[in-house]
Design a protein around this ligand. Structure first.
Ligand code: HSE
Length: 308
């Protein structure tokens, strides 16, 4: 697209095990690119091109398109002629926050195109609306880190808090190439949680956050255990427990669980060496079982979505 404005929005790890729907962190790569340009050729928003995957071209059915429409409506700019291109540079249905990245990129690029009428943070509710098309629910655990960067506690789409990232914290994510739709992975969850699990999970979430602030890797390691969601979703991911068991044996690995709604599996480590070793261990297991996979190793991205 000629004269377009382009943004990059990164992948993210939703839930980080202990914070279902409320915790997430951004990765450096992979990520999606969204390009927009003003046009006099028509009124309103049009998606003119999508590369890297088959997604709806109708803006109201597309996570990036819907997020952009909602933002434009809020700004009273619904009639503005805009062409949008979406370049998917990561797999969707992967648990890497792909739909969230497109929604985050879309709101940032529209805001840039219109000369930044809103702050980056106040774009979040529109991106959350966009992502809800793919997920079937409103949660900001992927959208907030993809837009804002860092490790984020998102109580809801307007009450979001960046948590401290300890020096050395690294993420390893493996995507075994099977498709899980977030909607399906949500529908299988029990609507209730037992009292015992509730106590364990809240103490793990609290311990994890205190561990981040104090750079206390031992506390993070003890706390990074999901006793509520992981046991319900693990069956969707072939060899999940074998991968987790092997990864947790690596010196310097702090925890290992399901990234977002899966099938990707993440590990957090206290240094790059451990992160790389965790990646080797993960790949070995999927390769042995002839399951095609993709590996990503990244520090916690502190920028979120950026103008290119
Ligand atoms: N928190 C969401 C879930 C992340 O686990 O269903 C996926 O978008």
């Amino acid at each position: 697209m000629k004269n377009g404005i382009k943004v990059f929005a990164p992948a993210s790890i939703g839930n980080i095990g202990v914070g279902f729907d409320i915790l997430g962190c951004a990765l450096d790569k992979p990520g999606d690119e969204i390009v927009v340009a003003l046009t006099d050729a028509h009124e309103g928003l049009r998606i003119t091109r999508i590369t890297g995957g088959k997604l709806p071209m109708e803006p109201e059915k597309n996570t990036a398109g819907f997020a952009a429409l909602k933002l434009l409506e809020h700004l009273g700019e619904s009639k503005r002629g805009i062409d949008m291109e979406i370049h998917k540079k990561m797999p969707f249905g992967s648990g890497l926050g792909s739909s969230a990245a497109s929604a985050a990129g879309a709101v940032l690029v529209i805001n840039e195109l219109l000369k930044n009428p809103l702050s980056k943070r106040s774009l979040l509710p529109f991106a959350v609306l966009g992502e809800s098309i793919a997920s079937g629910a409103m949660h900001a655990d992927n959208v907030a880190p993809s837009l804002l960067g860092g490790i984020i506690l998102a109580r809801n789409s307007s009450d979001v808090h960046r948590l401290h990232t300890p020096k050395g914290l690294y993420a390893t994510v493996i995507y075994p190439k099977i498709n899980i739709l977030t909607k399906d992975a949500r529908n299988l969850l029990s609507p209730t949680v037992g009292l015992k699990q509730m106590v364990q999970q809240t103490s793990n979430l609290a311990g994890f956050i205190v561990g981040l602030y104090n750079s206390d890797f031992d506390l993070i390691r003890r706390s990074l255990q999901d006793v509520v969601i992981e046991p319900q979703r693990a069956q969707l991911i072939p060899h999940f427990y074998a991968v987790q068991e092997a990864v947790l044996k690596v010196n310097g690995v702090l925890g290992c669980s399901i990234s977002g709604s899966g099938p990707s599996i993440f590990a957090l480590s206290q240094n790059t060496l451990a992160a790389a070793e965790a990646g080797i261990v993960m790949q070995q297991i999927f390769n042995t079982h002839k399951i095609e996979n993709q590996l990503f190793i990244s520090p916690i991205n502190q920028e979120g979505a950026i103008l290119l």
